[in-house]
Structure formats: structure tokens, C-alpha cells
Design a protein around this ligand. Structure first.
Ligand code: CDP
Length: 246
């Protein structure tokens, strides 16, 4: 949460300054299979966020001594390009924050990929933030889930999420950077709609118990919309892939 000095008014006449309603997500578009060399890939355009996800594997483990004879190792790497945001220029690249996001993404996918089917291998999941505007961890993991499926790697479910915040006392979905910086609370989460599981749940700021319950309902509602876009992306890729070759 940002400092309260220079805090802009985020809710004007009961409406978000972007004009969105409390549950409205920013424009969302996902494209699967954007990289030729990766086994799977996806580009997510979510509001002003642009994140590219690439998946390699299952492949031989490097360094070899880390090999697990029982399952595939998941290596996840989230990083912001140095040009991804004007405000924090020069503070991008691997840092405490990107290491944390890589770690939580790894946990999400360790519980999502059927790792026991691929012993002695590793799967690399790379998430590169090209442009950031709040909610990039959720956007990156959502894109990575599509990239994994695009790679043909068996998973329990497509996973996705949305960040629920509280701005000027109102609970709203999919915070942009301004709302994230100046809001009272931010709760990013990743869920599986098929199993009803919450795979990632982080929180910044303070919420009451009823607000947490409400945020959880909003997360599952938002996730349904995000999932539709993931399925659309994979369907579009699949339809072009099976089209007759020239
Ligand atoms: O992106 P997300 O909301 O998951 O993470 P955050 O740590 O809450 O950061 C919120 C936003 O601040 C990011 O999406 C970026 O737009 C911006 N940010 C940045 O520009 N440079 C950083 N080093 C960290 C955050």
C-alpha cells in the first residue's frame, strides 16, 4: 500500500475513476503459442499489463544432482523487464519482490502439474513482465497456466486468479496500479475452479472477517471470467494447429 500523501480520490460518486463497476475486470486478452521454440507459451494483455510466459520441459535436470527420482522439479521465474514501468525505473530485474513471486508461483504449479508422472525431469516456467500496471503476479501465473497446457503438460486444472482490493472503503476486483498503490488493501489469489481450491492467497493491508469472505467470493467470480479467456486462447491455438498445413 502506498503512502497516503498525494492520495488521489479512487471512488468518485460511488464509481471507480476508471469507470469500472466493483466487479468489472480490465480488458483481458490471452494468446497461446506465441513463441516457436518454447514447448508452450502465452502472452497475456490485461489492462496495461503485458506478460509473456514460456514453458520448457519436462526435460533433463540441470544441475544433475538436484534430480528427484520421484517427480519433476518445477522451476518458476518471474521477472520485470527494466522498461516495464516508468515509476520504478532501475529497480526491476531479480530482487526481493521478484524472488518472492517466483517462489509463490513455484508452489502454485507444484500443486497443479502432475509432477509424479515425470520423475527425474524439470519443467521451467518463465514469466517476463514487459509492461506492468498492478496485478502482475496474478496475470503472470494465469498466463503460465495457459503456457503449461499449450506445452501439453498434464495439470489438474487451468488455474487463474484476480486481485481483490479495498479502495476508499469499497471492495473492488482487479486493481490497477493506482488503486493498488493508494488502496487500503490488496488480496491477490489463484484458484482452481474445478476443485474449488485456493492455490495462492496473499494479503496486503487490513480487512475484517466478512470482508475476507466477500473477497473470496469475488475472487471465484472473477476467476470464471479469466478462465473463459484462457480456454478461448487454447481453443484458438488448437484450431490453427489442426488446420491443413500449406
Ligand atoms: O504486480 P502486483 O500487483 O502483483 O505486485 P505489487 O508488488 O503489488 O506491485 C504493484 C505494481 O507496482 C506492479 O504491478 C507494478 O506496476 C508496480 N511495481 C513497479 O513498477 N516496480 C516494482 N519494482 C514493483 C512494483
Amino acid at each position: 500500500m502506498g503512502s497516503s500523501a498525494n492520495k488521489p480520490q479512487l471512488i468518485v460518486d460511488g464509481k471507480r475513476i476508471s469507470g469500472r463497476g466493483p466487479m468489472d475486470l480490465r480488458n483481458l486478452k490471452i494468446t497461446a503459442g506465441v513463441l516457436k521454440k518454447a514447448n508452450g507459451s502465452a502472452m497475456i494483455e490485461w489492462g496495461n499489463n503485458r506478460v509473456l510466459a514460456a514453458v520448457y520441459g519436462p526435460r533433463e535436470v540441470f544441475p544433475k544432482h538436484t534430480t528427484d527420482p520421484r517427480k519433476a522439479l518445477i522451476h518458476a521465474r518471474y521477472v520485470m523487464a527494466p522498461f516495464s514501468s516508468a515509476e520504478e525505473h532501475g529497480r526491476s530485474g531479480p530482487n526481493r519482490r521478484s524472488i518472492e513471486i517466483s517462489k509463490v508461483a513455484k508452489h502454485v504449479f507444484e500443486n497443479n502439474v502432475l509432477v509424479n508422472q515425470f520423475p527425474k525431469t524439470m519443467i521451467n516456467i518463465d514469466m517476463e513482465v514487459l509492461q506492468s500496471d498492478g496485478g502482475t503476479r496474478v496475470a503472470a501465473i494465469t498466463a503460465a497456466s495457459v503456457a503449461l497446457v499449450d506445452a501439453g503438460i498434464p495439470v489438474r486444472d487451468l488455474v487463474q486468479g484476480v486481485s481483490i482490493g479495498k479502495v476508499d472503503g469499497m471492495q473492488v476486483a482487479d486493481l490497477d496500479k493506482n488503486e493498488d498503490n493508494y488502496g487500503e488493501s490488496d488480496m491477490p489469489a489463484i484458484v482452481s475452479l474445478r476443485t474449488g481450491e485456493i492455490l495462492l492467497y496473499q494479503m496486503d493491508g487490513k480487512l475484517t472477517r466478512p470482508e475476507v469472505d466477500n473477497a473470496l467470493s469475488m475472487i471465484f467470480e472473477g476467476a470464471k471470467k479469466v478462465r473463459e479467456k484462457q480456454v478461448e486462447a487454447l481453443r484458438a491455438k488448437y484450431e490453427t494447429d489442426v488446420a491443413p498445413q500449406e
